[in-house]
Design a protein around this ligand. Structure first.
Ligand code: NDP
Length: 288
């Protein structure tokens, strides 16, 4: 047996076509092209490449992109003022901040001041709270992309046991909450979890967001399990190539379905931001 490859590039391409059609219809009805604003503070190369990817996704889906590059010396008051302006601008439907912010700016400056209805990456306290309650909301885009992969490939979730390795606020924890909302029985593992292998072996769906190459091997998987790998690692042994948290070669003959790295969860994540921006724009019509 060899696992079905969950092809993120193909899913992203389908989403792109759907979203492009939707954004054209929305822009015609609104009378303007919805804007996604990206707030960055300081000049970080990783953030720059993230922003470049989002700009491309905007171009490909017909959404206007407005990068707002604030100087490193920006204070909490200055950042809050910039967010307030974006909150008040009707054309700006979605606002994304590149995280982490520089050390002098706690994430809470944005999490507590961004309007939840423009918070397309689910970082505000309101939207994180709604997610925890299991209410409809904008969820963080990386785990939302993982859920999208499961749905597009018709992987059954309800009643199945999902094990999520990693508990960060942007990937592991929201993924666990979304799986729970979809009626999975969810176990969350972290660095202090004993017997990781035994727990993973009980899973119908294994999600890993640990940032540890080869953390999950084929021997740890239940035969036929679905594996969603969010990990991004560049270990020396891979000679500079990107690998996930899963040892792909040993997992492939055991798993039922698996996301490759690269080409799995990554390509879908930016499309989730585009989808949320259009969803935010649609509420302007509802309220008109
Ligand atoms: P964090 O470092 O914030 O969290 C990692 C989590 O994994 C922590 O909860 C940690 O446990 C847990 N963990 C680490 N090592 C082990 C271990 N040996 N056994 C069990 N649990 C472990 O990372 P992020 O959540 O931000 O990112 C996770 C991975 O996903 C990274 O590789 C990152 O690059 C990638 N990523 C991928 C994206 C995508 O689009 N595909 C987007 C964002 C991130 P503890 O809490 O106990 O420390």
């Amino acid at each position: 047996m060899t696992a079905t490859i969950l092809d993120g590039r193909a899913v992203a391409e389908t989403l792109r076509a759907e979203l492009r059609a939707e954004s054209a219809t929305l822009a015609a009805r609104l009378g303007f092209t919805p804007i996604l604003a990206i707030v960055s503070v300081g000049d970080d190369p990783a953030a720059r490449s993230y922003v470049a990817g989002i700009r491309r996704a905007c171009e490909r889906t017909g959404i206007a992109c407005r990068p707002l590059e604030l100087p490193l010396a920006t204070t909490a008051v200055g950042l809050r003022a910039a967010i307030d302006e974006l909150n008040a601008d009707r054309g700006v439907c979605g606002v994304l901040a590149t995280l982490p912010l520089p050390p002098h700016l706690p994430t809470s400056v944005i999490a507590d001041s961004l309007a939840p209805e423009k918070d397309i990456d689910g970082i505000t306290t309101t939207n994180a709270g709604r997610l925890a309650f299991g209410w409809p909301t904008f969820a963080p885009n990386t785990p939302a992309g993982g859920m999208e992969m499961l749905r597009r490939y018709n992987i059954p979730i309800a009643g199945n046991h999902a094990v999520v390795v990693g508990r960060s606020g942007i990937v592991g924890k929201p993924m666990a909450l979304m799986l729970l909302a979809a009626d999975a029985t969810v176990t969350i593992c972290h660095r202090r979890t004993p017997n990781l292998a035994a727990i993973v072996r009980g899973a119908d769906i294994v999600v890993t967001a640990a940032g540890r190459a080869r953390l999950i091997t084929g021997a740890m998987l239940k035969p036929g399990a679905t594996v969603i790998d969010f990990g991004i690692n560049f270990p020396e042994w891979a000679g500079g190539k990107m690998v996930g948290d899963v040892d792909f070669a040993s997992a492939l003959p055991v798993a039922g379905a698996i996301t490759p790295v690269p080409g799995g969860t990554g390509p879908v994540t930016n499309m989730m931001l585009m989808r949320n921006t259009l969803a935010a724009a649609r509420t302007l019509l509802d309220g008109a």
